[in-house]
Design a protein around this ligand. Structure first.
Ligand SMILES: NC(=O)c1ccc[n+]([C@@H]2O[C@H](COP(=O)([O-])OP(=O)(O)OC[C@H]3O[C@@H](n4cnc5c(N)ncnc54)[C@H](OP(=O)(O)O)[C@@H]3O)[C@@H](O)[C@H]2O)c1
Length: 282
């Protein structure tokens, strides 16, 4: 029986992992969220790892509210960076694998083509900096690591799809940014990528997003189309929209490493979104 510790199990990815592995035999999941295991507490992290001697730890815990990270820099650093460091130290001490989830926000978004795993990070936000430093710590303190960088994630939780559907209830038009590009990625797809490498020795850093690319405005239009909602998307530039925290203009990641090792090939974002919306009842 392989034991797998999940941190942040109540988040979008944590929930999806549980759903995906619900019927799989030979695996025992130890589900923790901040109530059971605060990843910023290294003593608690070490105690759990030493007690359970897991085969793997999957870190789904993070402080993901990008704007709030700017206001609460210390919390962001503790959870995103020191939390990841603590898990890396613990994983290494019990010879466990560590799956750590990272983000497109480690890049500055100025590249004109998709980002490769070997492109140099240059984060522009507190969230991005804390996630980038987390990657450094994971590499520094653990050997059996899988860092998966994903983007525009949606699953069972708060996300862009749910926000658009909520807006559709009482809006006939919405303003959405049309000059930031990325790839919406369902938690269901990300879990399949994790599953395709976690039991192998292909340690390293991976880009892990659905196939294709779009702007937030394109994404919103597809959500409304699939939901049968008659909502007009007003396309606005990042400047016109006027958010305080900068977002990368280009968030498109190339899943080069997954392709190179012949691991999971993500489906197109349209198809992943359609599957998700179907589950929501649309
Ligand atoms: N969402 C995206 O668009 C996106 C894009 C790229 C990468 N990612 C990365 O993907 C991963 C999963 O994201 P997600 O959307 O599933 O996140 P999420 O839904 O925000 O879930 C994160 C979970 O971690 C918990 N948590 C917070 N602080 C903790 C602590 N100190 N100890 C233990 N648990 C703690 C949260 O609890 P509370 O809710 O109570 O705080 C929440 O249950 C993260 O690493 C994130 O950075 C996400």
């Amino acid at each position: 029986m392989k034991k797998i510790i999940i941190t942040g199990c109540n988040g979008q990815l944590g929930r999806e992992l549980n759903r995906f592995y619900a019927d799989k035999r030979g695996l025992e999941f130890i589900n923790t969220d901040v109530g059971e295991l605060d990843i910023t507490d290294i003593d608690a992290v070490m105690e759990l790892a030493n007690g359970e001697k897991p085969y793997a730890i999957i870190n789904c815990a993070a402080y993901t509210a990008v704007d709030a990270c700017e206001e609460n820099k210390d919390v962001a650093f503790k959870v995103n960076t020191l939390g990841a460091r603590n898990l890396a130290i613990a994983a290494e001490s019990v010879d466990a694998r560590l799956v750590h989830i990272s983000t497109d926000y480690i890049f500055d978004g100025t590249k004109s083509t998709p980002y490769m795993e070997y492109d140099i990070p240059n984060p522009k936000t507190v969230y991005g900096i804390t996630k980038s430093r987390a990657e450094d710590f994971v590499r520094q303190f653990s050997r059996k690591y899988f860092i998966l960088r994903t983007a525009w994630l949606y699953g069972d939780g708060k996300n862009f799809v749910k926000t658009m559907l909520r807006l559709a209830e009482d809006h006939r038009e919405v303003r959405v940014v049309s000059d930031q590009f990325g790839t919406p990625t369902s938690a269901a797809e990300l879990v399949k990528a994790i599953d395709s490498i976690i039991f192998t020795n292909n340690y390293g850093t991976y880009h892990a997003t659905c196939a294709g690319r779009c702007s937030w405005a394109d994404f919103a239009e597809e959500i409304f189309r699939l939901a049968g909602k008659d909502v007009k998307v007003i396309r606005v530039s990042t400047d016109e929209y006027g958010v305080a925290t900068p977002r990368p203009l280009n968030s498109v990641l190339d899943n080069y490493m997954l392709r190179m090792i012949g691991a999971y090939e993500f489906i197109d974002w349209h198809d992943a979104l359609a599957a998700y919306m179907k589950e929501l009842g649309y």
